[in-house]
Design a protein around this ligand. Structure first.
Ligand code: GDG
Length: 727
């Protein structure tokens, strides 16, 4: 039976050696482990990752594999070198700082990149040994960005999801990585790519467009003929777990115990892993300024600061720890009294019960990262507020701020604002606190961790179904025979033909694509048969199309459906369209022409086209990425649509499309056989407008809504000749 495999760098277990050199196992109670518990513990599903212990002993590896195998886990053993170069090195000293916008901390070393590739390959190889066709894989986080691509290469049919737990940076930052293309391609091996926020997703799509020329529509990117869905899935917490823990007698007991020592001071709480992205020094500086500005709070308010040790073998983290120690010392030295400590600093982790007591007791939570993918601490604080009292101060720079708009939102770089926010929080009326927390609790209850897991898995199923339904088959002999049989029986055959790339090949000058003798002969023979009603439907302007195709008895549809000319009639517009947007867009295109020698603008009645087929190779592709995203940005709130075709970028009114006009024509013309053929993105609208039984054919191998595909315009001509022969 098909199974699901979760893959992450660390397994949800910690294995250590006790003083007698025996192995001890401690399962993790983290949010991700709880949320995914509903998946990996089922049936023969698995979780694959590093168990957190380095060993080279065969017997120990065997023992670990067997023990954790019973818990549905499978270990990948990393060496000291792997940990140093892949985990601490490339993952935490290259990707982590780059993705969190700390570019000054990022190191770009080919040796570390080699280690990253090597360990990703190790993961992929081990995963593949456990994988069978039909399985679903969910790969987690920045340490394993190459794994989806490696799995796809080995088993193209797999269902692969990837989720990034940290921010995805703007293209301007991501492009700094010397290995940006490989990383991007690795991730695009997935079928579904998930991020915490819409902004992360937007940044990823912009990098895909700029680095790999992959444009997207509604979060779908086509990679080697396969649709990849990119979406945001804000991660939730195990709400009940935190609410129940906070209400437990154990947490209450701890609170009473702490209260006896602390007296009736107001408490501010901060909890983070030691990390420069969390803004710990900046928070302490603001706290110091707060006592300077508001002396009345001295000896009435304390900060409980929990910093969980993390990555302290990495240089930057050591420096950070020293800085935090120094700041805490300075504040306590400056303001502390025998019976009052301004900052209670803990550099260690606490069991959940004690953490819950802190959450319960705190009047204010200070969650002020400089950058954070999501941040779960702020959500846990809100869930722990059984009496709904307490105020959350939250940085705009973390993913959670998009959901928790009832918090006091601050910019962590604005110390003044943070100081004022602390004062505001300490003086906020209780009814207001209750109102805000009720709103936030309702949303956190609903969008909890199991909702997140289910939504991700459901989306993965959806994209797989979409991929299958979009599958275009090659028009093989058998299907062609069947089609010709139906064609020959039919009496009213409606035939839609695209022009460029379908009836003719491409030329470096678009004006050279006029019909050659072979095509003229085909057209004459095709329309000679009265049963054939032929429509040539093109993006070309009406004069060119009329000039080239006007001599045949065919209906012409020009400029993507705006103009129509029936046999022996005049041109008429099909939909009333305004062209007043052109005067705004034209200067932009002109600017690109000035910057790009060889490019030129074509003005059609209802669209503007920037051509770059004569531009130096490389430069044209570079500019087209820039222009397309520029146009998409300025047209995002308008009714304009940007199309990227073969060496062109075209901008037109969304109302105009081939499908709309083809559909109208289909409705007003009787028919018992329908055939539509085309090669580019605009023909997709035609295919979608056709009835199900129609023969829709894509020229080329890109993903399409068409039922069949053929390779080139030469195959199209051969096929039309066969149809002519049927009479
Ligand atoms: C990454 C992203 C994203 C902390 N101290 C103790 C303790 N904790 C627990 C908290 C919370 C977790 O650790 C920290 O999670 P965060 O989300 O705040 O931060 P990261 O570790 O940086 O996580 C982040 C996350 O992935 C998920 O996608 O939100 O943006 O950076 O659950 O409660 N737990 C216990 N004792 C402690 O002392 N038991």
């Amino acid at each position: 039976m098909a199974k699901t495999i979760i893959v992450s760098n660390r397994l949800p277990i910690k294995i250590s050696r006790n003083e007698n050199e025996q192995l001890e196992y401690q399962t993790s109670a983290g949010g991700l482990a709880t949320g995914l518990g509903s998946i990996y513990k089922e049936g023969n599903n698995l979780w694959i990752g590093w168990p957190g212990l380095v060993t080279s002993k065969k017997e120990e590896k065997k023992e670990i594999t067997e023990s954790i195998g019973k818990e549905s886990m499978f270990p990948i053993f990393l060496t000291e070198d792997d940990i140093r170069d892949f985990y601490e090195g490339f993952s935490n000293e290259t990707l982590w700082p780059n993705f969190h916008y700390f570019t000054q901390y990022a190191i770009y070393e080919p040796r570390l990149w080699e280690a990253y590739k090597r360990v990703n390959r190790k993961f992929a190889d081990e995963i593949l040994k456990k994988t069978e066709p039909g399985d679903t894989l969910w790969v987690h986080d920045y340490q394993l960005m190459l794994v989806p691509g490696m799995l796809r290469e080995a088993q193209p049919e797999l269902s692969i999801g990837f989720f990034l737990h940290i921010p995805f940076p703007s293209y301007e930052i991501f492009r700094l990585l010397p290995w940006r293309r490989e990383l991007l391609n690795g991730v695009l091996g997935s079928d579904l790519v998930g991020f915490h926020t819409y902004d992360d997703m937007r940044h990823f799509l912009s990098s895909a467009s700029r680095l790999a020329g992959l444009s997207s529509s509604q979060g779908l990117v086509v990679v080697n003929n396969r649709q990849v869905m990119v979406d945001s899935f804000p991660m939730g917490i195990d709400y009940d777990k935190y609410a129940e823990a906070a209400a437990s007698p154990g947490a209450l007991e701890k609170e009473v115990y702490y209260r006896i020592s602390l007296g009736d001071q107001k408490l501010i709480l901060s909890i983070d892993r030691l990390d420069y992205s969390k803004g710990i020094p900046q928070r302490l500086e603001a706290f110091e300024m707060f006592f300077d500005r508001y002396p009345k709070y001295r000896d009435k308010v304390s900060l409980i600061m929990v910093v969980v040790p993390s990555r302290d073998s990495v240089g930057k983290y050591k420096e950070l720890k020293e800085e935090v120690d120094r700041l805490v010392g300075r504040i306590n030295g400056k303001y502390g009294k025998i019976n009052w400590t301004p900052v209670h600093f803990f550099y260690r982790s606490f069991p959940l019960e004690e953490l819950s007591a802190f959450y319960r007791m705190a009047d204010v939570a200070l969650v002020t990262p400089m950058r954070d993918g999501m941040n779960l601490v702020c959500k846990e604080f809100i869930a722990s507020k059984i009496n709904k009292k307490g105020v959350l101060i939250l940085s705009e720079m973390c993913g959670a701020s998009k959901e928790l708009s009832d918090a006091i939102l601050i910019n962590p770089n604005d110390t003044n604002q943070l100081v004022e926010a602390i004062n505001e929080a300490l003086t906020m009326p209780e009814e207001e606190q209750i109102q805000h927390n009720t709103n936030m609790q309702n949303s956190l209850k609903r969008y909890n961790i199991s909702h997140w897991v289910n939504l991700f898995m459901k989306s993965l199923t959806t994209i797989k179904e979409m991929q299958h339904s979009m599958q275009t088959r090659h028009l093989d002999e058998l299907s062609q025979e069947k089609m010709l049989k139906e064609f020959s029986k039919a009496n009213e055959r409606l035939i839609f033909l695209d022009y460029d790339g379908t009836l003719t090949g491409f030329h470096s000058d678009p004006r050279d694509a006029k019909p050659d003798d072979e095509l003229k002969e085909i057209m004459q023979n095709l329309v000679k048969e009265e049963k054939n009603k032929v429509v040539v439907i093109s993006g070309r302007d009406k004069d060119t199309l009329g000039g080239w195709m006007g001599e045949f008895d065919v209906t012409l549809i020009a400029e993507h459906g705006i103009w129509m000319r029936e046999v022996e009639k005049d041109w008429r517009t099909v939909v009333p369209i305004k062209g007043d947007w052109k005067k705004e867009i034209m200067p932009i295109l002109e600017m690109y022409v000035q910057r790009t020698p060889g490019s030129f603008i074509e003005e059609k009645d209802f669209s503007l086209v920037w051509h770059y087929r004569k531009v130096e190779t490389g430069l044209g592709e570079l500019r087209t990425r820039e222009l397309a995203s520029h146009l998409k940005y300025i047209s995002s709130n308008s009714n304009l649509q940007v199309l990227e075709g073969d060496h062109v970028v075209e901008i037109k009114d969304r109302e105009v499309n081939k499908g709309r006009t083809a559909h109208q024509w289909l409705n007003q013309t009787s028919h018992d056989f329908v055939f539509a053929i085309g090669d580019d993105a605009t023909d997709e609208d035609t295919f979608k407008a056709m009835p199900q039984e129609a023969y829709t054919i894509k020229v080329g191998s890109k993903t399409s809504a068409a039922r069949f595909n053929v390779n080139s315009y030469k195959d199209v001509r051969a096929l039309l000749k066969e149809m002519i022969a049927e009479g």
